[in-house]
Ligand binder design. Structure first.
Ligand code: UDP
Length: 267
């Protein structure tokens, strides 16, 4: 377990690092070597294009551990990812890549925007996995786009899109099985990809994170939600939901390290 003074040291050293990018739930800092970055998981929870915002003490720690677990397993089945290694409670070392400005969503069960858009009841199984594309632009509210838009506006090449779709479907198959094994249904999820250059040849790799922030995860028996919908829809304690996933996956860090509440008086 990290002591609180170590936490403070991490905090101080962080502020001296070169900030590369600050997102809603993560911050990227320059890494120790060229071509690497440090991905820091924040406790910020946002929804509805950041209209709803809260700090959920410890969420970043859980997402760091859960995403590490998922990325490592995806790496082991041959999906190239940006993940190098976890550095500490809140940070991982990643490969720097040029993010392709698309969010790729894969759905197995109707929920969220799909259920709303097509008037399908949430929870209805889809006849086959559906892959959707969204253009990453907060100002525009991440609009859904078709392959035609991607090609016409050159957000990535047709080959890149092909690679992303086939990887997203493999990720779906693999993660559906992985979550099934812990009694959880993978309803849908979002992934992002980026380009790296290997010997000057561009290659598409999985980037960002895969965590209950970016997936819908429902208990198979009870239907209970263990994902960000708990926050979006005020369904209860988000930390309890994410902790359930971390515990079932067997990646739960020591509780005291997840919610460092400060020094305790010893009587
Ligand atoms: N998702 C995400 N980031 C986004 C939008 C969606 O991680 O900016 C995830 C979301 O958690 C869900 C899936 O993508 O697992 C599909 O989301 P949906 O289109 O239903 O949108 P929502 O109803 O979540 O706004």
């Amino acid at each position: 377990m990290l002591s609180h003074s170590v936490y403070n040291m991490i905090g101080r050293s962080m502020s001296r690092r070169r900030l590369v990018y600050e997102g809603k739930a993560k911050t990227l800092y320059a890494g120790p070597e060229p071509g690497t970055l440090v991905q820091y998981f924040k406790d910020d929870a946002t929804a509805f294009n950041a209209e709803k915002h809260a700090i959920i003490d410890g969420k970043g720690v859980l997402n760091n551990f859960i995403s590490e677990y998922v990325m490592k397993h995806l790496g082991s089945i041959g999906i190239p990812t940006h993940f190098v290694r976890r550095l500490n409670m809140r940070e991982q070392l990643i490969r720097e890549c040029e993010i392709i400005p698309l969010e790729i969503v894969v759905r197995n069960v109707a929920a969220g925007s799909l259920a709303k858009k097509f008037g399908i009841e949430e929870g209805e199984s889809l006849p086959r996995p559906i892959v959707e594309y969204y253009f990453k632009d907060d100002k525009l509210g991440d609009p859904m786009v078709a392959e035609e838009h991607i090609a016409a506006f050159n957000w990535c090449s047709p080959q890149d899109l092909d690679d992303m779709v086939s990887m997203a479907l493999r990720i779906n198959d693999f993660l559906s099985g992985l979550f099934l094994g812990i009694g959880v249904k993978l309803v849908d999820f979002k992934v992002e990809f980026g380009h790296v250059f290997e010997n000057e040849v561009p290659r598409v790799i999985l980037a960002d994170e895969i965590s209950p922030d970016s997936c819908r995860l429902w208990d198979i028996k009870s239907g209970q939600k263990f994902d960000k919908d708990v926050f979006r829809r005020d369904l209860g304690d988000l930390m309890e939901a994410y902790t359930e996933i971390a515990e079932r996956l067997g990646v739960m860090p020591e509780k005291s390290a997840v919610r460092p509440t400060g020094p305790k008086l010893v009587h």
